[in-house]
Design a binder for this molecule. Sequence first.
Ligand code: FAD
Length: 453
Amino acid sequence: MQRRHLLLGGSAALLATTLPGCGGGGADAGTADTMASTSDGLSSAAGVGRTTTTTGTTATAAKARVIVVGGGMAGATVAKYLRLWSGNTIDVTLVDRNARYTSNIMSSMVLTGQRTLASLGYGYGTLASQYGVKFVADEVLAIDPVNTTVTLRNGGVLKADRIVLAPGIAFDAVPGLSDPTRMPHAWQAGAQTTLLAQQLAAMPAGGTVALTIPATPYRCPPGPYERACLLADWLRQRKPGSKLLVLDANADIVTERDNFSRAFLGLHGQVIEYRPNAVIDHVDPAAMALYLADGSRVSANVVNLIPRQRAGALVATTGLATATGGRFVPVDVLSYACTVPGAQNVHVIGDASATTQPKAGHIANQEAKVCADAIVRLVSGGLPDTGPVTNSACFSTITMSQASWLTAGFQYDPVARAMAPVAAAGGASDGWSGDHFEDMLTWFKALMADSFA
Ligand SMILES: Cc1cc2nc3c(=O)[nH]c(=O)nc-3n(C[C@H](O)[C@H](O)[C@H](O)COP(=O)(O)OP(=O)(O)OC[C@H]3O[C@@H](n4cnc5c(N)ncnc54)[C@H](O)[C@@H]3O)c2cc1C
């Protein structure tokens, strides 16, 4: 009961700070710097290192053991709340290939020079020191869903009672793109984000940028549109006379249509040219050319090519990605247990799972809490809560200093056995403002603190 209240309370708190959206931006590097300063201390806190071959049972043989694969928005949150809500009785090991997480949220502002990648970094030290999560910095090469084991790149094998997979996304290969650095996606914050920022900075005034939007479902539905708006504002100020060609594989703007269409046609009408149904067939990186399925050809000085997406490579190779045309993992949203036969002790949360909810960091945080609550109940011989609710808030940068917002709430529908949108809990801002931009920074800080601190 208390956990349920905490879940609802956490949602309400995040909502109360500012409703909405899924977008990046924030010139407040100080906010993130504060967060980053709470990081690390891995070796002292971990207790499980690169040479580990088994984990979990040293202190209490009967302790339930959970391995979380992927320490992003979903994985960090589930690890924290498994410890918190079990009263520290569940042994939790969190594995990520990187010792620090870089937030995708706000990362489009690295492209405009408003933030640094370093300001978006989060360590796992607080999860270890405050909650007793054991962190392992290693890559997971394979999992065995039946025997619930995880094989690490270092050769170690971890064994648990349950596995939570939260590996995020992988990208489809783009025909012709032999050198991805020529047309970076920058859709997984990191080296490609830096590269795209450099390419934009080096572009001459009066140049052309092309930004491609993949077919749904993809990570952060408003994200490409907000990036387009942000870049349009930056181009107008920093590269006068430049154009931004938005090539959308979808038939129309997929979310927050009112605000984005107003921005594309009005505020950014002199910079943005929007083309729906623009499916990329193949590319010629040497010529910086894109060939579309309708036979047309487009070239640009800088190409931000965001490919179609699927669950992180690990789940695909394990054979669990059987939903959404083989792209994502089917789950029971009462517990996020995988519904592929034989994999019921593997839970999949965040962008890798196939649900009716958007692929977003805020929803990843919410799915993680539902999953943690369910696992705590299951390992004590109970059943998952039958009435979970989740919410998603997303802000979108419409200019370098103004934002809009979008929010959605979901409730379990026992007939459809899916999370159904709650009309009264959804909405979007009427336009954009500097106040919403400030709210976005508050929301971001609260979300990241809830996941990593
Ligand atoms: C530009 C941009 C802006 C965005 N803005 C917003 C926003 O405003 N609001 C919002 O809610 N969402 C936003 N999002 C979406 C949000 O970032 C994702 O939905 C969220 O990060 C998904 O969380 P996740 O845990 O599933 O994946 P991730 O956060 O990507 O975490 C996955 C983790 O798994 C690790 N991993 C993967 N495979 C392995 C392996 N084999 N072994 C070990 N570790 C592994 C990775 O290193 C990574 O740390 C945005 C995304 C982008 C790209």
